[in-house]
Design a protein around this ligand. Structure first.
Ligand code: SF4
Length: 181
């Protein structure tokens, strides 16, 4: 019998949530027995070629490519989970939301104290994904089934959540695994 498939991605995130998943240590071998990793940087599969049981999303949406990837995950995954504070509420990247995008770009590429940019040009190659006006949490773009808070969520939170879902049980995490302090 084929194993359920799990897909993961990092949108506007730092890969810390992926690192936390790897922090389940030797249980990664148990996880590999339970599931097959599909589209994910963990196994370097770049495209969906079959349906996945679970999609783990790290990071929110800061550009059009993030939106495209997130919608692709929603289309191809039965259960979609926002993993970590960036996916849930934008996190650190969303600090730019209080500043107009044009001002952010000017500071980053022209006016910043450490910037050396003799052409005074803001990169605009068509290969670079267009930035959104602000950073959006995932649930404002697609329906999200579960939110696992933390920066990053502890490995134990990820492990217990995956095991519960794979066994058809509700996610019931103890307070210690979802507290914010
Ligand atoms: S929630 Fe924290 S660890 Fe996860 S992607 Fe955001 S900054 Fe990185």
């Amino acid at each position: 019998m084929s194993k359920p498939k799990v897909a993961t991605t990092s949108l506007a995130g730092c890969f810390g949530c992926h690192m936390s998943l790897l922090d389940i240590d030797e249980r990664i071998l148990d996880l590999a027995e339970l599931v097959e990793f599909h589209k994910s940087p963990i196994v370097d599969v770049k495209r969906f070629s079959s349906r996945c049981a679970i999609g783990l999303i790290e990071g929110g949406c800061c550009n059009e490519e993030n939106v495209h990837v997130l919608r692709d995950f929603r289309k191809n995954c039965d259960v979609l989970i926002s993993v970590g504070d960036c996916a849930i509420m934008g996190g650190i990247p969303a600090m730019r939301n209080v500043i107009p995008l044009e001002e952010c770009l000017e500071e980053a590429y022209i006016k910043g104290i450490t910037v050396h940019n003799p052409n005074q040009r803001i990169p605009d190659d068509k290969e670079i994904p267009l930035l959104l006006n602000k950073v959006y949490p995932c649930h404002e773009v697609v329906k999200i089934d579960y939110h696992l808070p933390g920066c990053p969520p502890p490995a134990e939170t990820l492990w217990q959540s995956l095991v519960a879902l794979l066994n058809g049980k509700p996610i019931e995490l103890p307070y210690e695994l979802i507290k914010y302090d």
